[in-house]
Design a binder for this molecule. Structure first.
Ligand code: MN3
Length: 249
């Protein structure tokens, strides 16, 4: 990709012609920059905090393996797959995920679904977290929307926790925005609310908050106690970031 195309791509991302998807643009733009900066491949961005910064809620060893091994593996697998599909490699990650069904090669489609989703979801997840002493609180606008949709912050957390607890096996719980409405949903494996037209279509919308409930996210510290991990996780949610996503920034 030449520099003009890069500039055009960035301008497109900045313009955010799809207002409803603006919330993922900062993260997606970073992922795209990481890719073009490296020439042909996505790269693993450093965590925006130290490995032990989320303790005691998420321990350093879990973060080291989760980021350095699991997330890195999704990126490696994604790059390997895209090396065989030059036309698909030109897409941004959100474009790739929302355009999966027309990919005829089933093995390639599944690899892109699992590993493209794996890369995007984890990039989103790391940037949703912050040390407990800087967790903050939702903006007034987001707090009002949560109250309008779920009754109160406490009932929202209970409902979100239930979605995360009941997700059978591996997957994610999400707070998404559909137009002006907030909704809680969950997806299996590495699917996410940006993936349109799958056989098992997820609830589509703009992700504001996502929680990884794969065992690799919590098993070292919490073993089978997924609800304890979910309860602890609320202490390290970066509400400033979530509020900016809600505001479309
Ligand atoms: Mn994970």
């Amino acid at each position: 990709m030449n520099s003009l195309q890069n500039t055009q791509r960035r301008q497109f991302l900045k313009l955010g012609t799809l207002a409803a998807t603006a919330a993922w643009l900062p993260s997606a733009a970073r992922a795209q920059d990481a890719k073009t900066a490296a020439g042909t491949a996505y790269t693993l961005a450093p965590l925006p905090y130290a490995l032990d910064a989320l303790e005691p809620h998420i321990d350093a060893k879990t973060m080291e393996i989760h980021h350095g091994k699991h997330h890195a593996a999704y990126i490696n697998n994604l790059n390997t797959a895209l090396a065989t599909a030059p036309a698909l490699a030109k897409r941004t990650l959100p474009e790739l995920m929302s355009g999966l069904p027309p990919v005829e090669d089933e093995a390639l489609r599944n690899t892109l679904r699992n590993n493209g989703g794996g890369h995007w979801n984890h990039d989103f997840f790391w940037n949703t977290l912050t040390p407990a002493d800087s967790s903050g609180k939702p903006s007034d606008d987001l707090a009002a929307a949560i109250t309008a949709a779920f009754g109160s912050m406490d009932t929202f957390k209970t409902a979100f926790g239930e979605a995360a607890t009941k997700r059978f096996g591996s997957g994610w719980a999400w707070l998404i925005r559909q137009g002006d409405k907030l909704k809680i949903t969950s997806t299996p494996n590495q699917d996410n609310p940006l993936m349109k037209g799958l056989v098992h279509d997820p609830d589509l919308g703009t992700p504001l908050l996502g929680l990884d409930v794969w065992e690799h996210a919590y098993y070292l510290n919490y073993q089978n106690r997924r609800p304890d991990y979910i309860t602890a996780w609320w202490n390290i949610v970066n509400w400033d970031t979530v509020s900016k996503r809600f505001a479309g920034k």
